[in-house]
Ligand binder design. Structure first.
Ligand code: ZN
Length: 132
């Protein structure tokens, strides 16, 4: 077993967590066909190429689906909280939480970061009140 005290995640996900440490949201992008994907994989889901690079995401998207959790299922998550599928402007969807002001399906959101003890921050999303 290899010692990797400073790296979070495995060989495929470590670049994502390294960027998260700097509050940067990154996605894999295929050098062959240009497709973005998340979560990270060893090959492109669109064309099977293995020419994948990590690129910055805009950090903006829309609420694709959402639900409010009222039961306590995790010691650090105090209900009620909102679990959402966010469709990033680059295309990939990720499961996250909505924070801040209430948002609805189809609303614009932008990434924020939830700090965690001893782990990289998690990307969560808040309403994007910026210029439309
Ligand atoms: Zn591809």
């Amino acid at each position: 077993m290899t010692e990797s005290s400073t790296t979070f995640g495995d060989a495929i996900t470590a670049p994502f967590w390294s960027a998260a440490e700097e509050r940067r949201l990154v996605l894999q992008r295929c050098g062959a066909c240009g497709a973005f994907q998340f979560y990270p994989r060893l090959f492109c889901l669109a064309c099977d190429a293995e020419d994948l690079a990590w690129v910055p995401a805009a950090g903006t998207g829309i609420v694709y689906a959402m639900t409010t959790v009222h039961m306590k299922v995790h010691p650090t998550l105090e209900p009620p909280y909102v679990v959402a599928v966010v469709e990033l402007d680059e295309g990939p969807r990720l499961v996250s939480n909505l924070v801040g002001e209430p948002a609805g399906i189809g609303d614009r959101v932008r990434v924020a970061w939830r700090e965690r003890e001893g782990q990289p921050p998690l990307p969560v999303f808040e309403p994007d009140g910026g210029a439309a």
